[in-house]
Design a protein around this ligand. Structure first.
Ligand code: HPA
Length: 266
C-alpha cells in the first residue's frame, strides 16, 4: 500500500482528493472536459489491469467546482477473475489519499417492473449475492473493525442531495435496492423472480464489494445506477453487453449533468 500511495503522490504532486467517483458504463468520458492528471492502472504499483470493453482503466485526478476529486475510469469486476482484494484495493487507496465520500455508479438491469431502460436509480441499499465478501481474510484495523455495521451504507443525506439536484435539473429519478451477482452470465428468469421477491429493484455485477469496503473504512457512500435493460422473464429478446453499453450511452448526458451537480453540492 505504501508504495502505491508514494507513487500516486509523486505523480499528482500530493493532490488531496476529498471525493472519489467510480465511473461505470456510459460515464467513462465524464472527466474529458476538465483539466486533470491521469495515471493508467497498469503504471500503478499493485493495481490490476481492467479488461472489460467500455472500461478504460485509469485514475484521474481533477478539481471540479473547487472540489478535489479522484475518478476511477473503469473498475475491476469479480467475473474478470480478480480476487476481491484486488477489486477493492483502489477503494483502500482512496481512503489513504483522504477521500471521505465515495460516489459509485454502474449499469444495472431492471428488476422492478416499473423501471425502464435509461432510468436513473439512487441505490438505497444492496443485497450481496456474489457468494463472497471483500472483507474475508485477516483484518487490518487501520481501515476498520472486524465486524462492521452495514445498516446505512448509502447515506440518507447524500440521497437527499441527489434528489434535490435531480429536481433542479428536471431529471426523473427512481430509487431502490441493488442486488449483485458475480456474473458474467446474465440472470435467469428464476433468479430475477427470486431477487424481486426478496426486495431487489435492480441487478448488476459490481458496486457491492466497493460499497462494503468504503463503508467499512468509514467513507460515506452514494450509489447511482443507470438502468440499461429489462431483465430475464420480462424481456422478450436476448440480452447482450452491446445493448447495455448502447443504453448507457443514451442516458449519458442526463447522468453526467446529474453527477456534475451532485459533485458541486456534496
Ligand atoms: N444483469 C446484470 N448486470 C447488468 C445487467 C443485468 O441485466 N445490466 C447491466 N449490468
Amino acid at each position: 500500500m505504501q508504495n502505491t500511495i508514494k507513487f500516486i503522490n509523486e505523480k499528482t504532486n500530493n493532490f488531496k482528493p476529498e471525493i472519489g467517483v467510480i465511473l461505470g458504463s456510459g460515464l467513462g468520458d465524464f472527466v474529458q472536459d476538465f483539466k486533470s492528471i491521469s495515471i493508467p492502472y497498469s503504471d500503478i504499483p499493485n493495481f490490476e489491469v481492467s479488461t472489460v470493453q467500455g472500461h478504460k482503466g485509469q485514475l484521474i485526478f481533477a478539481q471540479i467546482n473547487g472540489k478535489n476529486v479522484v475518478f476511477m475510469q473503469g473498475r475491476y469486476h469479480f467475473y474478470e477473475g480478480h480476487s476481491m482484494d484486488k477489486i477493492v484495493y483502489p477503494i483502500k487507496v482512496m481512503k489513504k489519499l483522504g477521500v471521505k465520500t465515495l460516489v459509485i455508479t454502474n449499469a444495472a438491469g431492471a428488476v422492478n417492473k416499473e423501471f425502464k431502460p435509461a432510468d436513473l436509480m439512487i441505490i438505497t441499499d444492496h443485497i450481496n449475492f456474489m457468494g463472497t465478501n471483500p472483507l474475508i481474510g485477516e483484518n487490518d484495523e487501520s481501515f476498520g473493525t472486524r465486524f462492521p455495521d452495514m445498516s446505512e451504507i448509502y447515506k440518507k443525506n447524500l440521497i437527499k442531495i441527489v434528489k434535490d439536484c435531480a429536481q433542479e435539473l428536471g431529471v426523473e429519478l427512481k430509487e431502490g435496492v441493488y442486488a449483485a451477482f458475480s456474473g458474467p452470465s446474465y440472470e435467469t428468469p428464476a433468479e430475477i423472480n427470486m431477487i424481486r421477491k426478496l426486495g431487489a429493484d435492480a441487478v448488476g455485477m459490481s458496486t457491492v464489494p466497493e460499497a462494503i469496503v468504503a463503508n467499512y473504512c468509514d467513507m460515506a457512500v452514494l450509489g447511482i445506477s443507470c438502468i440499461t435493460n429489462a431483465t430475464a422473464g420480462i424481456k422478450t429478446t436476448p440480452l447482450s453487453h452491446q445493448e447495455v453499453v448502447e443504453t448507457a450511452n443514451i442516458a449519458k448526458n442526463k447522468f453526467q449533468s446529474l453527477l456534475l451537480k451532485v459533485l458541486e453540492k456534496i
